[in-house]
Design a protein around this ligand. Structure first.
Ligand code: 2HG
Ligand code: ZN
Length: 456
């Protein structure tokens, strides 16, 4: 296949050989390496379409790939074949301040896009922790969230229109440029979060909103997780709508401490990060009221960032949690459960109980405000050893059962991919899974596009 692709696209766009394809064999899921036969570095919609036409003709599987920061194995070429990378399609095509929209290619790095948008007084809120190195195409595939999803929602709420290439090569435009619009089925919404199984994104039109003029950030440090949970509830009950409401447990804090710019006290058992935004007038007073709520609930130390530098320090600590845990425990298993808001304290208790019961170190942190908790099982021993495997499997099954018992869901933002597909039947009944498979067959009847994902 790679010879045909090289002939059609030019050799510089097709990578072959273990050394060259290896960097495209992994992602951030820690699920290992899957070497494709070749990697195509597509530079345009026409090239994406051509690859999908040739792959369909030759019945070769294609795995689309953004920048490989996914957490559930969505970009892993489990059946070999072609990895189709859109990293070279990284242009911002348009930012329209009147229409308040932007049109971008899928390979644009999210953080770069946000900087450009914000320099024009506009705002694109979705902010997965990997924002400095993830691509918008990947965000669309996974319907990425992030801390600001608490107030502003996830990627799907900003994607107005898409152009995608389907297996077989057909290019299809869908959606609109207006914020409102109900013409036909909401096909865009179905493609966002389809984990690269319906089509390959070649262009994205997103909604922008005005950049909030004021932002205030604080950190509350607690002696117990329970106190931190209470503080979060208190802030919500008092009617605040922070743009981020994050929580870190002791295990997470201990892992970031060495690299964090903020000096976490040794005794810290839990940390709550609260960020408000909006009209600068009154913001400081609101922040102080949130700080007071934390103190009332037992915060021993409260740091309200006094300038942009301190804000960045606080966020730096939060953004490196995942990578710090991964550096220390390369086989860690990062879960992404989400429970209804009222059940957060109970879920935190259950996560701790599961770690104790199966004698596994667990770090829990994440987007506490919307119940999206990253329960990380920090396995050090080789995950494939049967004794370890059994304990981890049992712990995960219990975690998911507990999540569902509290009426939560398996994944708040990372997707199902390869990592969680076997757990799908715990949450969804067979007919629903079957209808989704039918939908998949509609777009990709030969099951060649990102096969082996989502469904058991
Ligand atoms: C985060 O919120 C990311 O930091 C990564 O979603 C979560 O690795 C994780 O558990
Ligand atoms: Zn997250």
């Amino acid at each position: 296949m790679h010879r045909i692709l090289s002939r059609e696209l030019g050799a510089g766009k097709v990578l072959v050989g273990e050394e060259l394809v290896e960097p495209y064999a992994r992602d951030e899921s820690g699920l290992g390496a899957f070497l494709p036969e070749c990697v195509v570095l597509a530079g345009s919609r026409e090239e994406v379409s051509l690859v999908l036409r040739l792959a369909a003709e030759h019945r070769v599987p294609v795995t689309p790939r953004g920048l490989g920061t996914g957490m559930t194995g969505g970009a892993l070429a489990v059946n070999g074949g072609i990895v189709l990378s859109t990293e070279r399609m990284s242009r911002i095509l348009e930012i329209d301040r009147d229409d308040m929209i932007a049109v971008v290619e899928p390979g644009v790095v999210l953080g770069h896009f946000q900087d450009v948008v914000e320099s024009q007084g506009l705002f694109y809120p979705p902010d997965p922790a990997s924002l400095a190195m993830c691509s918008i195409g990947g965000n669309v595939a996974e319907n990425a969230g992030g801390p600001r999803a608490f107030k502003y929602g996830v990627t799907r709420e900003y994607v107005l229109g898409l152009e995608v290439a389907l297996m077989g090569g057909e290019l299809l435009r869908m959606g609109r440029r207006t914020v409102k619009g109900v013409t036909g089925y909401d096909v865009v919404a179905a493609f966002v979060g389809s984990e690269g199984t319906f089509g390959v994104t070649t262009e994205v039109t997103v909604k922008l909103i005005p950049l909030p003029q004021g932002v205030a950030t604080m950190l509350g440090v607690f002696r117990t997780m329970g106190d931190a949970g209470e503080a979060i509830s208190a802030i919500l009950h008092r009617g605040f709508r922070p743009r981020a409401l994050e929580l870190l447990d002791r295990m997470a804090i201990d892992h970031v401490r060495p690299k964090a710019l903020y000096r976490f006290p040794e005794w810290a058992e839990a940390v709550a990060l609260v960020e408000l935004d909006g009209d600068p007038e009154g913001l400081e007073a609101s922040m102080l009221r949130c700080a007071a709520a934390c103190e009332e609930k037992g915060a021993v130390e409260v740091l309200v960032a006094k300038d942009e530098k301190e804000r960045r320090q606080i966020w730096q600590a939060r953004r490196i949690v995942s990578s710090s845990l991964r550096d220390a425990h390369p086989s860690k298993i990062a879960e992404d459960i989400c429970v209804p808001r009222g059940r957060i304290p109970e879920m935190l208790r259950r996560a701790t109980r599961i770690g104790d019961k199966y004698d596994l170190p667990v770090a829990t942190y994440g987007h506490a405000g919307d119940g999206n908790l990253h329960v990380n099982i920090l396995v050090d021993e080789d995950r494939r050893r049967p004794s370890v495997m059994a304990r981890v499997e049992n712990a995960l099954a219990e975690l998911f059962r507990d999540t569902l018992e509290l009426r939560g869901t398996l994944s708040g933002e990372h997707g199902i991919g390869l990592a969680k597909k076997k757990y799908m039947p715990l949450e969804q009944p067979p007919p629903l899974i079957e209808w989704q498979k039918r939908l998949k067959r509609l777009w990709d009847p030969m099951d060649l596009l990102n096969p082996g994902k989502i469904f058991p």
